[in-house]
Design a protein around this ligand. Structure first.
Ligand SMILES: Cc1cc2nc3c(=O)[nH]c(=O)nc-3n(C[C@H](O)[C@H](O)[C@H](O)COP(=O)(O)O)c2cc1C
Length: 214
């Protein structure tokens, strides 16, 4: 077990930047792009890694990392297996929450909304952009199902490679999900735990903007 005081004494003071009502963009998608472009230009590893939290219809939550692959004013897209645990949860409860933590910038972004599947055509287009071996990885994996051993998976991978060669089909149960936001929160770490938190909440066709206490 971790020495208790070691954790209790672990803390950083955040003092890199500030987030003020006077300097934010009124459009949360533009504000996201401003922050995200900075992270993309930096040497942050996997800047597009985000947590997605889903929940069952009874409200039991689960969270995992995925990679953001596209975003615009219609939403935030990632790719996965539709029959995975997250896929099953989204089928019975389409509400989800995304989370980015860019520690080098002392910034967190939370995005909440409803998830839809993107079109089969868009999923196929992206699938075919992936490296060949990753396509086989997706094809071989019944994501989130129990498997007897690693060898079973590796054999399935090799068998599929033999069967399809250079042109593996997009798995029927694989594709993109897009989260359509109704709420964003931009968090900038500040000194002495007086962090900045600015929320954008969808209000008909507009975004209501307010500050939360840290
Ligand atoms: C940095 C990182 C990125 C990941 N990206 C994806 C992704 O884009 N799609 C995906 O299905 N799983 C991705 N995973 C694996 C998921 O975290 C998770 O293990 C998997 O999707 C199964 O989750 P589930 O059983 O809750 O459905 C990623 C994991 C990490 C650590």
């Amino acid at each position: 077990m971790q020495e208790n005081n070691q954790l209790k004494n672990l803390r950083l003071n955040y003092e890199q930047d500030q987030l003020l009502e006077s300097s934010i963009n009124k459009d949360p998608f533009v504000q996201f792009k401003l922050w995200f472009d900075l992270v993309l230009k930096s040497d942050v590893i996997e800047p597009n890694a985000m947590t997605i939290a889903t929940a069952t219809k009874n409200g039991i939550p689960s969270a995992r990392m995925v990679l953001l692959k596209e975003f615009d004013e219609t939403g935030f897209t990632f790719f996965t297996n539709y029959e995975s645990r997250k896929g099953k949860e989204l089928l019975e409860n389409p509400f989800a929450s995304l989370l980015f933590w860019w520690r080098e910038f002392e910034r967190q972004v939370r995005i909440e909304g409803k998830i839809v599947q993107i079109s089969r055509k868009e999923s196929e287009e992206y699938f075919n952009l992936r490296p060949l071996k990753s396509r086989y990885g997706a094809l071989a994996s019944r994501q989130s199902e129990v498997v007897k051993s690693r060898e079973v998976l590796e054999k399935r991978f090799l068998d599929l490679e033999k069967q399809f060669g250079e042109n593996p089909p997009t798995p029927e149960n694989w594709g993109g999900y897009k989260l359509i936001p109704n709420k964003f929160e931009f968090w900038q770490g500040r000194r002495d735990r007086l962090h900045d938190r600015i929320v954008y909440e969808k209000d008909k066709d507009d975004w209501k903007i307010y500050r939360l206490q840290p």
